[in-house]
Design a protein around this ligand. Structure first.
Ligand code: SF4
Length: 740
């Protein structure tokens, strides 16, 4: 018997279902932490960290360990729901739901064309390869430009810059933290987030390892975050990161600190950098970033002079008005100092399913191959930006968005100008939501279709496998059977696709094969990709190679190497020159836009608001889990003591926040010198509506009632929303509440 299976017998001789210990990985966030699930029959006994996982080595956070509560939540939707005319929902069968959806979609297609159908991919799809493939496949089969991704709220700049520099949206280098001598961490809080766009196991401890072996970690953040408080902290004005990065590069070039040999060997077009940075004045960058010229110069010298160094950034650089340029400069800083593709630097991962190559071959990656209908944004990886959705719904004409399938997303809370989006959704002829709960978004849908959760379906870490600091392979079968009448998202999409006569696949010949009754399941497609890739078994020709079957049978992750590979740039990169291509007209234009940008403070809205990730939250979900919401859990606005005094605010006051675009009330102020004066921080993902009782009861307000979807407020090249550095004013509601 497999040692993971133990049959239990009680004293009366009653046999219980065998206890199984399954090594799996967590599907909540980019940590992809190894877990050990103990299961008896259909019951989840426990979820514990997997000490044998090669990357996370026994670490898992409270969210992953508590996920059983989401699976077993009494608010979880277990049957398809149809909205009644009075706004309530009635349970219906899958057959009725799918047939009615198919009929309504066919009617819309007949009247308005396939291009009027939209699809929305939520963050959770990144851990659901079946949903991911079927969504892209459906968009391709429908030839619709209305494929929207939550990525355009916080990461589109990464996708587009990777396409420009490395030839593929999905080829994103990661910091080699375990070997670096100097880590510059901009606008990221790995001690809480556990990493994003970098799957570094035990991220916080690995960063601590840098200083323990005599290296240096500098954290740049407007807030002395949980990460910043462990290392050297350089406070910065919100959205000032792009100025800092440009200024660091300027110092490096002015002082001849660049690695010319690396630039010649690895890049084309590097001459443009010096020319582009020439008009930048350091004192101007110092004003915009709030960091002195002296500090910038020293930081540049230290970074360039380190034996190895990596600059890593996340929301601080990717959700402001210059997200693309900021990401460009981040990569360029690593490149010009000779740290690309070398130990301790900025390195490419080693995925076990080489999705980057597969998608490149299928021409699924790209940038600016077409423009959006209303706002004229460039497409990024075949997607349109979420900021455009209300205008795409409300602007008449060919291709007007009339129906939408939202998968694993809550854009009515998470997208900028959320209130406007909620109203626009009401104008759709058909809104379908695949969701575990009735949320701010799904409650607006005509149909809510309940999917399985990651514990109930097959999976491999499709998104994070190429970002892993310790390359490894893992593919797991369902840990538990589906609850109620739930179904896999991929199955649901396939059934809808069947009813409108398409195959949800975008590879050549997929539709013809479909007409002959042949449909390749996402599992089969990915297994073929694995088996014919660099780690594959080539169908028996390489007996030591991997296959889906082998991995599922392994009950645990297999380590592929101790560290990320280096010296592989020319093999990994997809540009025609096989070098990093640095010169782009668009980037030069963005630099001019930056230099002309007016960053002076509007006296009517004197504070700059940033969003805040909390340890026990995951964007807009997980607030319905009792363990994660107990104790002192209130949405609090962080404010510096000087600002609190100036605006008459006391600790614990209820606060009204007003921006150009909206107003919200927040339950409490927390006065703390963790903030940089002039900036305030508010946790996002609060202020719920719908049937998830605890999440609604915990209160708070939606961050995105304060943000905008205006075109001139986005990062123009990528269409990414600006959700950081929002100009606001605040006032205490203590007095008015007391009077009331
Ligand atoms: S860090 Fe993320 S992946 Fe790891 S256990 Fe927590 S929620 Fe899951």
């Amino acid at each position: 018997m497999h040692k993971a299976f133990v049959t239990q017998v009680d004293t009366a001789g009653t046999k219980f279902p065998p206890v199984q210990r399954k090594k799996i990985f967590c599907g909540v966030c980019e940590g992809s932490c190894g877990l050990e699930a103990t299961v008896q029959g259909t019951e989840l006994i426990s979820l514990l960290p997997d000490p044998d996982h090669p990357n996370t080595k026994g670490f898992a956070c409270s969210k992953g360990l508590a996920f059983g509560a989401v699976r077993d939540d009494h608010n979880r939707l277990l049957h398809p729901l149809k909205r009644c005319p009075d706004g309530s929902f009635e349970e219906i069968s899958w057959e009725q739901a799918l047939d009615e959806i198919g009929e309504r979609l066919n009617g819309i297609i007949a009247r308005r064309g396939k291009e009027s159908i939209g699809l929305y991919q939520g963050n959770s799809v990144a851990w659901n390869f079946g949903a991911f493939l079927n969504l892209f496949g459906m968009a391709g089969a429908l030839k619709t430009k209305h494929l929207y991704s939550a990525a355009s709220i916080d990461i589109n700049g990464y996708w587009m810059i990777s396409q420009l520099l490395y030839g593929s949206n999905f080829l994103n280098p990661i910091p080699d933290v375990s070997r670096t001598d100097f880590m510059l961490c901009l606008g990221a809080n790995p001690a809480v987030s556990h990493g994003s766009m970098a799957n570094i196991g035990r991220f916080r401890d690995t960063m601590m390892g840098v200083t323990q072996r005599g290296g240096r970690v500098v954290v740049v953040d407007p807030r002395r975050s949980e990460t910043a408080s462990l290392f050297e902290h350089v406070p910065i004005r919100p959205n000032g990161d792009v100025w800092l990065l440009a200024a660091l590069l300027k110092v490096i070039f002015d002082e001849g600190l660049e690695d010319r040999e690396a630039l010649l060997r690895q890049t084309t077009g590097h001459e443009i950098l010096r020319e582009m940075l020439a008009p930048l004045e350091l004192r101007h960058a110092a004003l915009a970033s709030g960091i002195s010229v002296k500090k910038i110069q020293q930081l540049a010298r230290d970074f360039a002079g380190a034996r190895s160094a990596c600059a890593y950034g996340r929301c601080g650089i990717s959700i402001g008005p210059f997200a693309s340029l900021g990401k460009y400069f981040l990569d360029v800083l690593n490149i010009v100092t000779g740290n690309l593709d070398r130990p301790g630097g900025w390195c490419f991962g080693r995925p076990f399913v080489d999705l980057e190559t597969l998608m490149h071959r299928m021409k699924s990656t790209g940038y600016n191959r077409w423009r959006t209908r209303v706002d004229d944004f460039a497409e990024v990886a075949g997607t349109s930006p979420v900021v455009s959705i209300p205008r795409e719904i409300r602007t008449p004409g060919k291709g007007q968005l009339r129906a939408m399938l939202v998968v694993g997303a809550n854009p009515a809370s998470s997208s900028p100008a959320a209130g406007e989006l909620r109203e626009a959704f009401k104008d759709l002829e058909l809104l379908i939501s695949l969701d575990v709960y009735q949320t701010e978004t799904s409650r607006l849908a005509h149909y809510i279709l309940p999917p399985t959760v990651w514990l109930e379906r097959e999976g491999f870490p499709i998104f994070t496998q190429s970002h892993s600091g310790v390359p490894h392979a893992q593919w797991v079968g369902p840990t538990l059977p589906p609850r109620g009448d739930t179904r896999d998202d991929a199955w649901i999409m396939d059934e809808i696709a069947r009813r409108i006569g398409i195959v949800p696949a975008d590879f050549p010949g997929a539709q013809v094969l479909g007409k002959l009754g042949l449909r390749l399941s996402p599992s089969l497609m990915m297994d073929i990709g694995l088996r014919t890739g660099p780690e594959g078994d080539w169908f028996g020709l390489r007996p030591r190679g991997l296959s889906r079957k082998k991995l599922i049978g392994n009950n645990g992750a297999i380590k592929l190497a101790d560290t990320v590979p280096t010296g592989i740039l020319h093999k990994r990169i997809f540009t025609k020159s096989r070098k990093v291509e640095l010169d782009h007209v668009l980037i030069r234009g963005e630099m001019k836009r930056l230099l002309a940008y007016d960053f002076t403070v509007d006296s009517r809205f004197p504070l700059s608001l940033i969003s805040l990730r909390e340890l026990r939250s995951q964007n807009t979900w997980m607030h319905n889990v009792p363990k994660l919401i107990v104790g002192d859990r209130v949405q609090r606005l962080r404010i510096h003591p000087q600002d609190a005094e100036r605006y008459g605010i006391e600790d614990g006051d209820p606060i009204e926040i007003t921006s150009h675009f909206g107003q919200i009330n927040v339950p409490e102020a927390r006065i703390s010198d963790e903030m940089m004066p002039g900036s305030v921080a508010l946790p996002h993902g609060w202020g719920h509506q719908g049937n998830w009782e605890r999440a609604v009861a915990v209160g708070g307000s939606g961050y995105n009632e304060l943000t905008t979807n205006r075109v001139d407020s986005t990062d123009l090249p990528s269409g990414n929303a600006t959700v950081n550095g929002i100009a606001v004013r605040i006032r205490s509601l203590r007095v008015s509440r007391a009077v009331a």
